[in-house]
Ligand binder design. Structure first.
Ligand SMILES: *[C@@H]1O[C@H](CO)[C@@H](O)[C@H](O)[C@H]1NC(C)=O
Ligand SMILES: *[C@@H]1O[C@H](CO)[C@@H](O)[C@H](O)[C@H]1NC(C)=O
Ligand SMILES: *[C@@H]1O[C@H](CO)[C@@H](O)[C@H](O)[C@H]1NC(C)=O
Ligand SMILES: *[C@@H]1O[C@H](CO)[C@@H](O)[C@H](O)[C@H]1NC(C)=O
Ligand SMILES: *[C@@H]1O[C@H](CO)[C@@H](O)[C@H](O)[C@H]1NC(C)=O
Ligand SMILES: *[C@@H]1O[C@H](CO)[C@@H](O)[C@H](O)[C@H]1NC(C)=O
Ligand SMILES: *[C@@H]1O[C@H](CO)[C@@H](O)[C@H](O)[C@H]1NC(C)=O
Ligand SMILES: *[C@@H]1O[C@H](CO)[C@@H](O)[C@H](O)[C@H]1NC(C)=O
Ligand SMILES: *[C@@H]1O[C@H](CO)[C@@H](O)[C@H](O)[C@H]1NC(C)=O
Ligand SMILES: [Zn+2]
Length: 747
């Protein structure tokens, strides 16, 4: 199952974040996503749904206006905001709330109960949230831009994005080709005993080609990015690559049965005979179980000081002799000239040792079967409908989707974003992004940074020297907002995608070309210093991240919109929305992982030991707190989610205090009509409503096992229960679930 997530689950997975891919090895390449079907039927349903929504909103608006009209004399003098924006947002918020719930008992229900009732899971989705709906709006806009017949691009790169998109939409061609593009590729690489007799001694050849130009990751992953201990230079990094060890390890036979069925189905679609395919796929699955067995789980890998090991290629060769590393790395990074002294950072030293032993004692036919299988998973989403159906079946048991109804265009926008996301981003930004947003966001970040630093002064557990260094680190945090400048310069944008060949003919070939292109981009980076302008998220993305080696925070244009931010919304909502996201990313610089990096982005101890001790105690409190939370009888993993929980708590606190300072400077702002909340209360409700979401039990389980974030419900409840100002403004007595009498505070 090693590449499974990368190949298909991303759509279901990361986007609900503020969550940060700390150091993703391939930057241009984000990975491929699941495909979809059924364009027309779905589209009309969507339209109907939108219409109904519009109507409901209009009615609500009318009702609000009526109520307001009646109360006009009593409240008009007391500062109620009656602008169209205020009325609209108030009516949306009221609808999302469940006023019958007690805010001190279950604030998530209070803030999101109405939303959850009115937003059943859309067909084909395993979960749904505010993030997804903004994401879909962004996609719809991009569709409109790319499908314009008289599309006038200012750069070659934008044209490539359009060609790529159109090749993906061309299902007729894709159906015509069937499995052929992949079976031909497999034959070219040397064959697969699932589909043909195979008896070769070509382990290194296959490993090189599968993980080089095709970027699959059997056994381990190789990337090039900033050296954590010397963040001004890039370095080769080798890591374990198996994504979901818990699923393979845990007692979830239902999922394993579905996975084996899926493997057999793909094998037979590619030409394998049923019986022998079943037999061999079972062997591959057993091999993956063995890989899972040696893969170290996320929650034991959080201390990067401990897992970082810099060695030379020669040392790596002694450590893991089953692979000829110089040959392998030279091929992956061709045309670079490497030798035995080349430094490599290992993040999984014991794993590499063990995987080498495992390779050594495994039959080479099985090794070949497994390597080709990782390639199949990486590429299968670009084949015809039958492959798509097989994937849907697997997803159903893995994350509980009923039937995939993602319209093809949406899948194609996602794929285009994964490959040519910055070209797509140029179109997106030109169509929607208001330049003023950049200044406004900068200003908010500064307000939140100040609030964070002031809170540092009040922390009793930290010694003075470390406190001073922490302030300096906070000041040094570099921010990137909206999009990287280069995308608006056609020449610079074209340079980034120079050498990537795209045609509107073959989707499959476009994808292969992209993998090959991204491997060359990777090689190209090794001898250059890390580029500050390089973003790991594309401009339309509804998300944000912190990059420890750059000590930088990044907010793509996609997240700088309602409900996170709107210039005509009350500040209470903007601080509760994008303000908390900003505080969250900022706090990542000081979570259990981020704190190990200094202000220059180097992994180096810069804390006094006494404060390290106190920090550990403080974080233990949070590990325990979150570990007690339950999702359908399963516990949240408080260790796995620690960094995100620290960031959630610190982010809320900094944003709230920044809002307080804003009010102190500018005076109390007008209240929203009809909602009957003070502005402080509004801040908390606005914060919570960003996390309104629904998901299937399967997807909830999957999230618990793989996600570094707590489930949305506990991102709200956990943080607010730790925050005294919340209890104060909602008058929650000690002993209620939202004010338990025990609080954890790190930052
Ligand atoms: C297509 O793009 C052109 C300019 O590039 C624009 O003038 C036209 O309005 C667009 N058409 C549609 C249907 O959006
Ligand atoms: C396309 O854009 C270029 C400049 O970007 C402009 O000179 C040209 O007239 C445009 N063509 C059409 C058909 O809009
Ligand atoms: C190493 O791989 C694991 C997945 O197995 C991933 O969670 C982790 O972020 C990676 N670490 C680095 C430093 O790339
Ligand atoms: C997992 O590893 C342990 C030793 O570390 C070994 O005893 C066990 O057989 C392994 N299980 C599988 C399925 O490989
Ligand atoms: C190995 O390569 C480095 C540069 O990458 C070079 O400085 C060094 O001299 C080479 N060593 C040998 C033994 O060739
Ligand atoms: C396994 O390792 C041993 C000792 O290093 C070596 O002699 C042997 O050739 C290896 N076997 C395979 C199949 O690579
Ligand atoms: C990858 O691209 C390079 C340069 O364009 C080309 O020489 C090579 O044949 C390609 N490799 C594959 C496997 O397509
Ligand atoms: C701090 O702790 C580390 C590791 O526990 C130790 O190596 C170091 O000597 C300590 N430093 C001081 C100043 O005590
Ligand atoms: C508004 O809320 C307050 C306190 O929560 C409550 O006492 C009051 O009755 C509410 N007013 C209306 C009109 O609902
Ligand atoms: Zn985060």
């Amino acid at each position: 199952m090693s590449n499974y997530k990368r190949a298909t689950l991303e759509e279901e997975d990361v986007s609900e974040v503020p969550g940060d891919t700390a150091s993703s090895p391939d930057r241009v390449e984000v990975g491929f996503r699941k495909g979809g079907i059924d364009v027309l039927g779905r589209r009309t349903r969507l339209e109907v749904l939108l219409l109904v929504l519009l109507l409901v909103t209009l009615l609500a608006l009318l009702a609000c206006l009526l109520v307001l009209g009646l109360r006009f004399h009593s409240e008009s003098g007391r500062g109620i905001c009656l602008s169209e924006a205020c009325i609209t947002v108030a009516s949306q918020m009221v609808e999302a709330m469940d006023r019958s719930a007690d805010p001190c008992h279950d604030f998530y229900q209070f803030a999101c109960g109405g939303w959850m009732r009115k937003n059943p899971l859309p067909d084909g989705r395993s979960h749904w949230s505010t993030f997804n709906s903004i994401g879909e709006q962004n996609q719809a806009l991009l569709k409109h831009l790319l499908e314009n017949g008289t599309f006038n691009s200012s750069s070659e790169a934008e044209k490539k994005a359009q060609f790529y998109y159109l090749s993906c939409l061309n299902t007729q061609k894709i159906e015509e080709l069937g499995a052929k593009p992949l079976t031909e590729l497999i034959a070219k690489i040397g064959g697969w005993s699932i589909t043909d007799p195979w008896d070769k001694d070509n382990f290194m050849e296959v490993l090189k080609v599968v993980s080089g130009p095709y970027r699959a990751q059997p056994f381990f992953s190789v990337g090039v990015s900033a050296d954590p201990k010397n963040s001004n230079s890039n370095i080769i990094q080798v890591n374990q690559s198996f994504e979901e060890p818990q699923i393979c390890r845990g007692p979830t036979p239902k999922v394993l049965v579905a996975y084996l069925d899926y493997m057999v189905e793909l094998g037979t679609l590619l030409g394998g005979e049923k019986g022998s395919t079943h037999l061999q796929m079972q062997q591959i699955l057993d091999f993956e179980k063995a890989l899972a067995n040696i893969t170290v789980p996320q929650d034991q890998r959080r201390d990067e000081e401990k897992i970082y090991h810099k060695v030379s290629v020669a040392e790596l060769q002694l450590l893991a002799p089953a692979v000829d590393w110089l040959e392998y790395l030279s091929s992956s990074l061709s045309p670079l000239d490497l030798n035995d002294t080349e430094p490599v950072v290992l993040y999984a030293r014991e794993y590499l040792q063990q995987v080498s032993d495992l390779i050594n004692k495994t039959d080479r036919s099985l090794l070949n079967n497994y390597m080709i299988w990782t390639l199949v998973q990486k590429t299968v989403a670009s084949l015809d409908q039958r492959f798509e159906n097989a994937q849907d079946k697997l997803l159903e048991s893995l994350i509980g989707t009923k039937k995939s109804c993602t319209p093809r265009w949406q899948t194609c926008i996602e794929n285009t974003d994964d490959t040519l996301g910055f070209a797509l981003g140029a179109l997106f930004v030109k169509a929607t992004f208001d330049k003023k947003s950049k200044d406004i966001a900068e200003e908010m970040i500064d307000e939140i940074r100040s609030a964070f630093k002031e809170a540092l002064d009040r922390l009793g557990w930290m010694d003075g020297t470390t406190r001073q260094a922490a302030k300096e680190k906070a000041d040094a945090i570099y921010d990137m907002i909206g999009f990287p400048e280069f995308i608006l310069d056609p020449k610079e944008l074209d340079d980034v995608y120079d050498g990537y060949e795209v045609s509107d003919e073959s989707f499959f070939q476009n994808m292969l070309n992209f993998y090959n292109f991204s491997s060359r981009v990777m090689a190209d980076q090794l001898r250059k210093p890390p580029n500050k302008d390089q973003w790991s998220m594309t401009p339309p993305t509804v998300n944000a991240y912190y990059m420890p080696t750059k000590n930088g925070i990044v907010f793509p244009a996609g997240i700088l919109q309602a409900p996170f931010y709107a210039h005509d919304h009350p500040k209470a909502l903007n601080f509760g929305g994008i303000g908390v996201v900003m505080g969250h990313e900022l706090t990542h610089a000081f979570d259990d992982q981020g704190r190990e990096y200094d202000k220059e982005g180097n992994l180096r101890p810069w804390w006094q030991n006494s404060s390290v001790e106190a920090f550990r105690e403080r974080t233990e409190c949070m590990v325990d707190q979150y570990s007690q939370y339950l999702v359908n009888t399963e516990h949240v993993n408080g260790k796995q989610t620690l960094g995100e929980n620290i960031a959630d708590n610190g982010g809320l606190k900094a944003a709230y205090h920044a809002y307080q300072s804003w009010v102190w400077k500018n005076g109390e702002e007008k209240r929203l009509p009809a909602i009957n909340l003070t502005n402080d209360q509004l801040f908390f409700v606005g914060f919570a409503q960003v996390w309104c979401s629904v998901r299937t039990p399967e997807s909830a389980h999957e999230g618990l096992v793989t996600d570094a974030h707590s489930p949305p419900r506990y991102r709200v409840i956990g943080t607010l229960a730790n925050f005294p100002e919340f209890s104060q403004h909602f008058h929650c007595p000690v002993g209620t679930p939202m004010n338990t009498g025990k609080r954890c505070e790190v930052w």
